[in-house]
Design a protein around this ligand. Sequence first.
Ligand code: NZQ
Ligand code: ZN
Length: 385
Amino acid sequence: MKDFEFHNPVKIFFGKEQMVKISSLIPAGNKVMLIYGGGSIFKNGVYDKVKEALKGFSVTEFGGIEPNPYYETSMKAVKIIKEEKIDFILAAGGGSVIDATKFIAAAAVYENGDPWKILSENEAVKASLPFGTVLTLPATGTEMNKNSVISRKSTTEKFAFSSPYSYPQFSVLLPDAAGSLPRNQAANGVVDAFVHVIEQYLTYPVNAPIQDRFAEAILITLIEEGPKVYANPADYESMSNLMWSATMALNGLIMCGVPGDWSVHSIGHELTALHGIDHARTLAIVLPGLWKVLREEKSGKLLQYGQRVWNITSGSEEERINAAIEKTADFFESLGIKTRLSDYGVKQDTIDKIVRRFEERKWLALGDRGLTTPEVTRKALEFQL
Ligand code: NZQ
Ligand code: ZN
């Protein structure tokens, strides 16, 4: 096992009756900005509950955060925060609303010019306004991590940042509110969480059995509960299991002491930036392709995954690896998530563009052991044409 440091300060409130607690978590007298997306919180009762919980606070609302949130929209909120001297932000919605809030909270106190540099130049975040979240969509894990992913409309770019200042102070997780999700969004959540686990687990063996078994437990739970949520997002019990799985998938726990490989996400972000494909769908395209290219380098973990997660115990090593890749793609497809670029109208020219971008940015060795070179990226995407 590698050395690691683990600290997660996010206070979690899970379930139907938890919203009332938020008023005691925000300092009395604070001016609060409530940030939300395109309006789902008005339909599922979350807006009313939040307003009730924030009674007694002065609240400024900022709606209209889009899926794959834009820098441009976020900067409009930053302007208002400065004008109105907002002290605390509350985000209510899915990963996009929460990610935008993380960026807005950091940008509002940024003192080194254009906050875009936090994303494009990896400039360290040194401070942030405090914020809390109300989660209505299980998928990203952002409610309990320090990451944020922001897109820039004008340049069709999508970048992530990560900072210890960007942990929410608290997150209220609402599986009942997630019951109003359309089935395709529920499926996205299952696949995003699944690939988060994979990117921390499916690297190479480092004798970290507790992390491996945590990871496998989350994967098996997603395989069992995912289809139930896809069939009926209002199934509260299954949605609860999905929501907690998605949080546990990316809150730092399973990445302790093990190598990570975030190259599926890096490639997937380009597909969203260039074609607007939902985040989870980009991962479902890229993952099988990358495994087909790196099957030998990842054979140890692919075989373990096949055996422990999918019960693949017979056949040669090559056949078992094939079966593990196939089972994974079939699982995504069973949730209505297509895994080929052609399913989304994406062609060779996009592959060329992504490879060129990676070369220009000197992203020449992504993933664990730097295995994902631009050439590997090209081959992985070509497998999925
Ligand atoms: O905007 P509203 O009206 O709220 O509608 C949203 C949006 O249209 C809707 N929705 C959310 N909760 C709902 C609901 N509709 C009905 N009922 C509900 N209860 O769902 C749509 C998608 O929402 P979005 O927030 O975009 O989805 P998700 O949570 O999947 O977030 C995706 C974003 O997170 C980033 C992705 O790149 C993408 O930008 N990620 C963030 C990560 C992180 N911070 O750690 C990690 C991930 O890998 C990911 O990259
Ligand atoms: Zn993701």
